[in-house]
Design a binder for this molecule. Sequence first.
Ligand code: HGY
Ligand code: MN
Ligand code: MN
Length: 427
Amino acid sequence: MDIAVDSYGETRATELALFKASIEETIEWLSLFGADASGGVTRLLYDASWQEAQSTLAQRMLQLGLEVTFDEVGNLHGILKGSHSHTGAIVTGSHIDTVVHGGKFDGTYGIAAGMIAIQHLWKQYGRPKRDLHIISFCEEEGSRFPLAYWGSGYITGRYSLAQVPEAHDLMGISLLEAMTAAGFGAGTNSPKLVPEGIHAFIELHIEQGAVLEQEKQAIGLVQGIVGQKRLTFEVGGIANHAGTTPMTMRSDALAGVAEMIQEVEHRAKAYGPPLVATVGSLEIKPNLTNVIAGHVTFTLDARHANSSELAVFCEALITGFDEIALKRNLALSYKEWMDAAAVMLDSGLTQQVEVICQRNKLPYRQMFSGAGHDAQLMQSICPSTMIFVPSRAGISHSSEEYTSSEELAVGILVLKDLLYELAYHEH
Ligand code: HGY
Ligand code: MN
Ligand code: MN
């Protein structure tokens, strides 16, 4: 998409070309950490590729001249100290972890863009008034452990090391064990670094949907982020011989779960947008051709722009599951391990971004985010906003995830202007 950024003519065009080259290089470089055979990226909290990505990012931030440190849970902080630090930091950033076989841009873009924007601001305007503070959040996806937003949850007080949540990965390794093995946790030399009195948080991110591309918009102003619940269900039946067990004498856990999954799709379609509900993972035991499944574990991811509607939908769905289990003589239990409330982001910051888009004659639109983000938590401790750039065909959480470098560069231009307004002028 060719964006006419004509307000400053030559200057902005040169800037965009620099941003384009830098973001292309940085995204390609970061995608090497956890590059997998599917052509995607798999970087899970505290695993080897995660450690490599965070430590080499730290090196890059040091080379930029930032003050660099890791906090207790492994969030990476890069700070350009301001002349009036006490007036509250301007924080930007996103998450370094990915889903399994994820894309190169989800999370990574916001970190790389923040580094590029801060580097250019420092060069062009010198030291800011407020600290310019970038965070590479250690975990947002919930891909390795049944727990999400570990990084921003630590910063915002949702999680604390005084009570590390009981969560194990598929290998049975606990969050505490993995964190300790990676050199983090209470009592390590990484400080408890929770930036005090943040003045504003900005997250630049790919849209992960198709709206901006379809409407040929360059920028999405995110008014709010949907609420999200994630639950794991256990369904117990009776493992038995596939050949000798009559159809009328079975407690088939998998047949029961199949009916429950149909129930999810049926109820979600009947409820209507913006509600979405997904069963994304399934584990069958003993998972053999000639054995009736005795136990099935599956997950539910349900989202809605209104938290109480989301709760009503999930309660009704679980009642439906109970009825299916009763009818089929199955045991049903579940654990809700994520409940992120729908949030409205800061309208004042959104208006500032809107004026920047108008000044640079960028096509933009207001929108809601169907994906969860660290900004969803940061809004609980400081005014927060998000800036979206288009995703090709709306694809994300896939090796097909793509945004052109031109579109990424325009996002950096908007981020840079907003950081300039917030950090170099004290309001
Ligand atoms: O799943 C999400 O909404 C986000 O990408 N973590
Ligand atoms: Mn994601
Ligand atoms: Mn993300």
